[in-house]
Design a protein around this ligand. Structure first.
Ligand SMILES: [Zn+2]
Length: 48
């Protein structure tokens, strides 16, 4: 069980993103951009 809020989901498999997966977080043009590594997909993705 986890209480982590959903930060987004993988555009490829739809799996929810946990905070622990976030590699990079920054603000671009006023919007927060996240890059996260998904163990399931074994890729770094931009969660939607
Ligand atoms: Zn995925």
């Amino acid at each position: 069980m986890t209480d982590d809020p959903t930060l987004g989901s993988c555009p490829k498999c739809g799996e929810g993103l946990a905070a622990a997966h976030v590699l990079v977080e920054y603000v671009k043009d006023g919007a927060t951009v996240l890059w996260a590594e998904y163990p399931i997909c074994d890729k770094v993705v931009n969660p939607q």
